[in-house]
Design a protein around this ligand. Structure first.
Ligand code: SAH
Length: 259
């Protein structure tokens, strides 16, 4: 099994193959769909993606597996064509229904925090991951390269359906998209080695703490004292749950129920 980071550029079908190899997962029964050529972006997407990765590195992200995932996943495939030219800027973009795809530096920060929670050898191997808030599916595609299995829950049906289309080239073998209320986690596949939320509530829902594996780490935006949000990291050990607050962030609210 090759441990080398993926070469650039990697279309999603080869990302899928790489993820399969990295995770030793079986090939899905049908061949991955052909990857469309980059559209709506008048730039060489490989080069702009490489520059994005350089910026992330300069900003302090040093996990090679995380950076390789950013280099491999074409972010412009996950936003509307009209926004594709902005896809590699460090900016949040609308994805419909009042939701946004987080800016790359914030996604990278969350993934780096997850990687920090693992031993040096396992930093690029997140194990079984629960993602709350699939949104457009961009972070899901990154996690598919880093995790052995990814369960991603989205409460808004239209976003869930669209993400399913966009992620069609990824192997069904290691990504499972669920339409549901992520505040409840996803008990059927628990426990999770990593849990990451892209929407913030008043506190970390108890279901996430329960479904976090011993030795696992959770990263989630959560309401802070002054009314803003901070990134909260929770580690679960044999002794219980250890919680630390990090920098202020701005994520969409964690809502209840499905729509
Ligand atoms: N990582 C996503 C970010 C999307 S924004 C991306 O790359 O696009 C956060 C998402 O969380 C939104 O799609 C929102 O609908 C979803 N969300 C909010 N509350 C939720 C809940 N209780 N369960 C599941 N998803 C939720």
């Amino acid at each position: 099994m090759s441990q080398r980071p993926p070469r650039f550029p990697l279309p999603l079908d080869r990302v899928a193959a790489g993820a399969r190899a990295a995770n030793n997962a079986p090939r899905p029964p049908r061949a991955a769909a052909p990857t469309p050529a980059p559209q709506g972006i008048g730039l060489d997407s490989e080069a702009v993606r490489r520059r994005m990765v350089q910026r992330l590195r300069a900003g302090g992200v040093h996990h090679e597996a995380v950076l390789a995932a950013f280099a491999a996943v074409p972010r412009h495939h996950f936003v509307d064509t009209a926004l594709a030219a902005q896809a590699y800027e460090d900016t949040a973009l609308p994805i419909g229904l009042g939701q946004t795809i987080s800016k790359p530096s914030v996604v990278a920060r969350m993934l780096a925090l997850l990687a920090d929670g693992r031993s040096a050898q396992a930093a690029g191997h997140f194990g079984r991951v629960l993602e709350i808030g699939t949104g457009c599916g961009y972070q899901t595609a990154l996690l598919a390269l880093l995790g052995r299995q990814v369960i991603s829950v989205e409460r808004l049906r239209p976003l869930h359906d669209k993400a399913r289309e966009r992620l069609a080239a990824l192997p069904r073998a290691n990504v499972r998209l669920v339409h549901g209320d992520g505040r409840l986690g996803h008990p059927p596949n628990a426990p999770y080695d990593a849990i990451v939320a892209a929407a913030g509530g008043d506190d970390v829902p108890p279901a996430w703490l329960e479904q976090l594996a011993v030795g696992g780490r959770l990263v989630a935006p959560t309401r802070a004292g002054g009314g803003g949000q901070v990134l909260v990291v929770v580690d679960r050990t044999d002794a219980g749950w250890q919680r630390r607050c990090h920098e202020p962030v701005q994520f969409v609210p964690l809502e209840s129920g499905v729509a």
